[in-house]
Design a protein around this ligand. Structure first.
Ligand code: BES
Ligand code: MN
Ligand code: ZN
Length: 498
């Protein structure tokens, strides 16, 4: 995909297979729509009045309109003019990108980032547009016997005033990198669990390190994980014959001056299949537990974006990865294990395995003396009940870090919602036989999971993102979303003052 900006003055002589213009409710045209309406002798206004309500996300195609050189003009509904938001512009760009891909459009131009929406800058608008367009070109065809037809969309241009062009260019560049990161995360999530194993995730990290010279990958095998005394991680891994992997992927910025600040560490849950272990899950929809490595996928996807942009900040991605299966060698309810931190854990439910692999990764992260650690995990069904499929759950006791992550989530159109994390919930993890139990009962299940993790994060600033509801879609559109790569990359951009 080629991303560019255009500041050409006459819109009606622009050559493109699809040209997007914004239309508001009550027949109000955006400046671009108005210009084209005049060039076409009133064709736009006529169709808007007769059959377009301009609801957010709606679109209508005009083929070969007179007086306009673009093959098609796509009207994009933006709702009421006085309540235009960056989210509505994103929705319109998503509809436009989806249209272009399904109609086989090769060259697309959008005028939407010329509009002012809330507090979103031209950079924000362009970044979001580019990552949505890049994501719209994603097509999973790895495991079909016949390849699907290639996506034709090859160029996306933002048409805007000269005063906004430089900012938009920066945004397009960031958005292209984020989009590629999102698509990597989606591919890893979508691949079947007999392909996307811990070993495969390790190879993916190595592949990234080959592709981007700022990245260095290290993949620890079972022996090295044992040497580190990661008893908690290993207790989950031992139920499967599939070898575990502990992946460390490190971005060192090419500018030496950018290497001074303490690194930011991202930790991603990499359970490549979660059957529940001895506490076996019920059968229906169990296939979706191949997505239980989406935290890991989002960390790898974010590292890809970070490397492509050569972000001026050291960033380290850590992925503990294994399967959670029942077997004669699997961890049992009642077993007590010793984590790398030395704290002991009574395993009351082997299906609460995410926290068991993450806690050792969080202890490992201490060695980097990080400025902040953010872990990402499809951790609890309870988080899906609490927040549905809209918001990722954000848990932290650090108000500053919470503010930064929430701001990034809004700026990136990748929403998260802060959940409580008070010490009062810690009591639910009390065990009669170990320092803690691995479950806290049904009430506040997403919070007690975060409480469990918090016990391993005393040495640095830390936040946890539960993406159980946002990492993939169910039903007919079943597939990974690539979230929260946009949120994480935005947060990191912010930490670089970008
Ligand atoms: N991977 C699951 C969480 C999950 C469930 C994500 C459904 C998305 C959809 C996790 O390992 C798990 O099984 N959690 C248990 C914890 C419980 C045993 C305390 C859960 O949420 O039921
Ligand atoms: Mn589980
Ligand atoms: Zn799980």
């Amino acid at each position: 995909m080629e991303f560019s900006t255009s500041t050409a003055t006459s819109l009606h002589t622009l050559k493109a297979q699809a040209l997007a213009i914004g239309v508001f409710q009550d027949g109000i045209l955006s400046p671009a729509a108005d210009a084209l309406d005049q060039a076409s002798g009133g064709a736009i206004r006529a169709v808007v009045q007769s059959e377009f309500d301009a609801a957010p996300g709606s679109c209508l195609t005009l083929h070969a309109p007179a007086g306009i050189t673009a093959d098609r003009v796509i009207l994009l509904g933006l709702g009421r003019q006085d309540s235009l938001t960056a989210a509505i512009l994103a929705k319109a760009h998503q509809a436009f990108a989806g249209y272009c891909v399904s109609a086989g459009v090769g060259t697309a131009v959008s005028t939407l980032c010329a509009l002012n929406a809330g507090d979103a800058s031209p950079t924000d608008c362009a970044r979001t547009a580019a990552r949505l367009v890049a994501a719209a070109t994603y097509r999973y065809d790895q495991t079909f016997s016949r390849a699907k037809p290639a996506v034709k969309l090859r160029s996306f241009t933002l048409h805007l005033p000269r005063s906004k062009a430089a900012q938009a260019k920066t945004g397009l560049e960031q958005g292209a990198a984020i989009g590629a990161g999102v698509n990597l995360a989606r591919l890893l999530g979508d691949l079947p669990p007999n392909v996307c194993t811990p070993t495969y995730l390790g190879q993916t990290a190595r592949g990234l390190a080959k592709q981007f010279k700022t990245l260095k990958a290290e993949v620890l095998d079972r022996k090295k994980i044992e040497a580190l005394k990661m008893g908690s991680f290993l207790s989950v891994a031992k139920g499967s014959v599939e070898p575990p992997a502990f992946i460390v992927l490190r971005h060192t910025p090419s500018k030496p001056a950018a290497r001074k600040a303490a690194p930011i560490v991202l930790v991603g849950k990499g359970i490549t299949f979660d059957a529940g272990g001895i506490s076996l899950k019920p059968g229906p929809a169990m296939d979706e537990m191949k997505f239980d490595m989406c935290g890991a996928a989002s960390v790898l996807g974010t590292m890809r974006a970070v490397a492509e942009l050569d972000l001026p900040r050291e960033v380290i991605g850590i992925v503990p990865s294994c399967e959670n299966l029942p077997s004669g060698s699997a961890v049992k309810p009642g077993d007590i294990i010793t984590s790398m931190s030395g704290q002991t854990i009574e395993v009351l439910n082997t299906d609460a395995e995410g926290r068991l692999i993450l806690c050792d990764a969080l202890t490992y992260a201490e060695r980097f003396k990080p400025a902040a650690v953010v872990d990402v995990a499809t951790l609890t069904g309870a988080c899906v009940i609490a927040l549905g499929h809209v918001n990722s759950g954000l848990f932290t006791q650090d108000d500053v870090l919470a503010g930064e992550l929430l701001a990034a989530s809004r700026q990136a159109q990748d929403p998260a919602w802060r959940m409580p994390l008070e010490d009062a919930y810690q009591d639910q993890l009390k065990s009669n036989f170990a320092d803690m139990a691995n479950i806290g009962g049904r009430p506040a299940g997403a919070i007690t999971a975060a409480c469990f993790l918090s016990r391993f994060t005393g040495k640095y600033r830390w936040a946890h993102l539960d993406i159980a509801g946002t990492a993939w879609l169910e039903g007919k559109q079943k597939g990974a979303t690539g979230r929260p790569v946009p949120l994480l990359t935005q947060y990191l951009l912010g930490q670089c003052g970008a």
